[in-house]
Design a protein around this ligand. Sequence first.
Ligand code: ADP
Ligand code: MG
Length: 230
Amino acid sequence: MSHAIEVRNLTKIYAMGGETVHALDGVTFSIEPGEMVAIIGSSGSGKSTLMNIIGCLDRPTSGEYHLDGQDVSRFSGNALARVRNRNIGFVFQNFNLLPRMSALENVEVPILYSGTGGAAKLARAALERVGLADRAGHEPNQLSGGQRQRVAIARALVNNPTILLADEPTGNLDTRTGREIMKLFHELHAEKVTLIIVTHDTEVAEQCSRNIVLRDGKIIEDKQIQAQMP
Ligand code: ADP
Ligand code: MG
């Protein structure tokens, strides 16, 4: 069967002067379409490195990465960018919105890159999907943290990716706002989007149906759990 994501023996070695850091050290797992997975581990354990590889922002030093049955681990930068634009949405802790652009314009950015056209219409639909249609004209500094993160999620969704990657998406939000974001993720899960969420928050991890724990670039635990619905 075709896995959404299959990584085999992934390593990532950073060379820093004379030192080398094994950020990932033989990571193997697969994720099926529509799974909702939390990646957990202390700071420096390799979570962001793993997300960057899964998200086709970076390549492993060695190992294989199959995305929808295609081995993308040796793709060139351009080919990787195409795969990324077509398949993957990203959400970050700091939202990464462009400050002098409206919510709508921020959400349009990935469409302008992919060149599909109809940006405004698609962006408006994505803002509607996250419940922010009425804030389309607001700039990020006119929005609350939770609203900014919803704009970022709309931007991640605008190309209709099958996979959404979120690196500490609730890390800068208060508990209540974090729960709103998780509610939105559950809605996307119900729509069969594959969700991979890096988190330090046990409440977030408990709402996922699988927890993968990293330590020093290795998986030390990978377990299915009974997801606690909010
Ligand atoms: P986490 O997201 O779990 O905090 P990271 O994936 O960011 O961990 O980092 C894993 C290890 O790789 C850390 O030791 C970090 O210092 C190192 N690292 C990450 N990115 C780089 C880089 N660009 N250059 C050198 N070392 C890096
Ligand atoms: Mg990180």
